[in-house]
Design a protein around this ligand. Structure first.
Ligand code: HEC
Ligand code: HEC
Ligand code: HEC
Ligand code: HEC
Ligand code: HEC
Length: 215
């Protein structure tokens, strides 16, 4: 009798081990699926010109809208054309080696090809202007870009990431006149966010509808 008990115990022990191993593998697969972004996070890409937001925004204080001028009025923020750069660089730092591709491209009329960091798949609809109209700041979605010598992506743009805010926007909202303040922090985010939710007429119920982002 004692032996039978032993054998059975061994059997259950192995089944238990196998179960644990499967659970671990399952968790690893799940974790990979949840963190599998298209392209690297916090990684700068090879660009035709080593453009620095840190210099232009952080040090020189140029407003986002000087270069991304459509961000408040349209779906796209847009990447600035060379003519925007040349308003300064036809005079400033023209003999710097880093600027050579910029000047060449401007003279030849062949646009620079910037690699994109933030790009949603075609089946997802996104619109900058509505977010800017409703109190979501640039840094909430793009991080401290004014501290980046080379631009890197800071947020994953996964569906879970969008929904984390769409389900509880009060955790992120700020007053509209603070949206371009890169260094902004709330005293009491929840109290202020809840007030802004009301002031900006944000209807939380429709923010998780599938058809909002998949139209
Ligand atoms: C002097 C012009 C200029 C200013 C000012 C500027 N940007 Fe940019 N921005 C660019 C250029 C050029 C690129 C493309 C090269 C790169 O990714 O660094 C870019 C790229 C970006 C990208 C990555 C887009 C993508 O999908 O690749 C984000 C996000 C961005 N800018 C946000 C901002 C924010 C936020 C501000 C204000 C705090 C700002 N920019 C100010 C010129 C500018
Ligand atoms: C409003 C003026 C202004 C505009 C517009 C501007 N720049 Fe600059 N840029 C500067 C200044 C000033 C510097 C010197 C950087 C510094 O030390 O702050 C500079 C420096 C640079 C450099 C040298 C490397 C570095 O960061 O020091 C590159 C490359 C450059 N700019 C690219 C661009 C590109 C690309 C655009 C257009 C998207 C652009 N700039 C638009 C003012 C401007
Ligand atoms: C709610 C999140 C969110 C906010 C707030 C936001 N962005 Fe974006 N941004 C995105 C997403 C998502 C993309 C990719 C869009 C796509 O692929 O269609 C993007 C793309 C960009 C790009 C690449 C060019 C383009 O138009 O696709 C630039 C530049 C940019 N954002 C600048 C800004 C600036 C400047 C601000 C602040 C005024 C800002 N963004 C605020 C989420 C945001
Ligand atoms: C930090 C908060 C935040 C993040 C992150 C965010 N959103 Fe939003 N989104 C909002 C708010 C606030 C509104 C405005 C709701 C309203 O007007 O009632 C909104 C509205 C929208 C709308 C409605 C536009 C319309 O025409 O009515 C779409 C589409 C949308 N977001 C897509 C996205 C997608 C896709 C992502 C992820 C890539 C995203 N959002 C990330 C806060 C956010
Ligand atoms: C706030 C915007 C938003 C809402 C609301 C939303 N989605 Fe998505 N969805 C996205 C984004 C962004 C992606 C792309 C994710 C990526 O590229 O990793 C996506 C991707 C998907 C995919 C492709 C598979 C995947 O995970 O990449 C499916 C299927 C999907 N969504 C179904 C749904 C359904 C069903 C609903 C309603 C319950 C819904 N979505 C609501 C933004 C949204």
């Amino acid at each position: 009798m004692a032996q039978l008990f032993h054998r059975r115990f061994g059997f259950f022990f192995r089944v238990g081990l196998l179960g644990m191993a499967l659970l671990v593998v399952g968790l690893i697969i799940l974790w990979r699926a949840l963190t599998n972004y298209p392209g690297g996070l916090n990684e700068a890409l090879d660009q035709p010109v080593p453009f620095s937001h840190k210099h232009h925004v952080g040090d020189d204080g140029i407003d986002c809208r000087y270069c991304h001028s459509a961000v408040e009025s349209s779906a796209f923020a847009g990447i600035p054309p060379l003519s925007t750069c040349m308003t300064c660089h036809s005079q400033l730092y023209t003999n710097q080696a880093a600027l050579a591709p910029l000047v060449d491209a401007f003279q030849s009329g062949i646009p620079l090809h910037w690699q994109r960091l933030y790009k949603l798949p075609d089946f997802v609809y996104f619109n900058h202007s509505i977010h800017i109209a409703k109190g979501v700041g640039c840094t909430t979605c793009h991080g401290r870009i004014d501290l980046m010598p080379l631009t890197a992506r800071e947020t994953p743009l996964t569906m879970q990431w969008c929904l984390a805010c769409h389900r509880r926007p009060e955790q992120y909202l700020r007053p509209r006149d603070e949206e371009f303040n890169l260094d902004w922090h709330a005293q009491d985010q929840l109290a202020m966010g809840t007030r802004l939710l009301h002031d900006y007429h944000i209807d939380k119920r429709r923010l998780a509808d599938c058809s909002l982002c998949h139209r």
